[in-house]
Design a protein around this ligand. Structure first.
Ligand code: 5GP
Length: 214
């Protein structure tokens, strides 16, 4: 499908501790040219090691609300007491340039993005079982016990909202590569959808415009 640039926006959601962040890093490691991460804005405090503009844009509540008012936010939500949101600027230019954009956001946001951009694919990542989830969350060592409890309670409720998601990815322990492959294969398959190529089909027998390429 030469000369036909298609960038797919896709959401990866899953409970805290599902390992979705590691899967995202693996995808970017495998193909940093064709895949980028949308950096969200948040009002939560940075964790040790997190850098402004890399993991998130860390901004104040006032700035967040100003950006919403200015129409710069594609979707946002309040999660465990903080705002989190996707900036339009992180998604639009890249998909237009043929780059697949990963949105690592929670389910309500994922469903909202799809309403705004129906070409978005939705992936839901779960750990193999609930015990693994608990262990991964505690093992991270970055959250207080109160925050862990909040996140577990949220995970239990959130999972039920995933029924409109497109794909389930089970993130087995020590199989990050397999999970990344599954997602990348589905994204590549998506690019073959007829709706992205019908121009070419329609022009195949037109000598004035032999392949209808853009
Ligand atoms: P954390 O505090 O662990 O970095 O993120 C908490 C939750 O917020 C995660 O489920 C994460 O995917 C979600 N999140 C991060 N950025 C965004 C965003 O831009 N929009 C929405 N809706 N959720 C987000």
């Amino acid at each position: 499908m030469a000369n036909h640039k298609i960038g797919i926006p896709f959401v990866i959601s899953g409970p805290s501790g599902s390992g979705k962040g590691m899967i995202v890093r693996e995808i970017l490691k495998r193909d940093s040219e064709n895949y980028r991460l949308s950096v969200s804005a948040t009002t939560r405090q940075p964790r040790p090691g997190e850098r402004d503009g890399v993991e998130y844009y860390f901004i104040s509540r006032k700035e967040f609300e100003d950006r919403i008012a200015a129409g710069e936010v594609l979707e946002y939500t309040e999660y465990c007491g903080n705002y989190y949101g996707t900036l339009k600027s992180e998604v639009e230019n890249l998909t237009e340039a043929g780059i697949n954009v990963i949105l690592e956001i929670e389910i309500v946001g994922g469903n909202n993005v799809r309403r705004i951009r129906p070409d978005t694919l939705l992936f839901f990542v779960i750990p193999p079982d609930a015990d693994t989830l608990r262990k991964r969350l505690r093992g991270r060592g970055t959250e207080s016990e109160e925050s862990i409890e909040k996140r577990l309670a949220r995970a239990e409720k959130e999972i039920l909202l995933a029924k409109d998601y497109d794909y389930l990815i089970v993130n087995e322990t020590d199989r990050i590569g397999a999970a990344a492959d599954e997602i990348m294969q589905i994204v590549e398959a998506e690019k073959h959808r007829m709706r992205y190529h019908f121009d070419r089909v329609a022009h195949l027998f037109d000598p004035a415009d032999p392949v209808g390429e853009q």
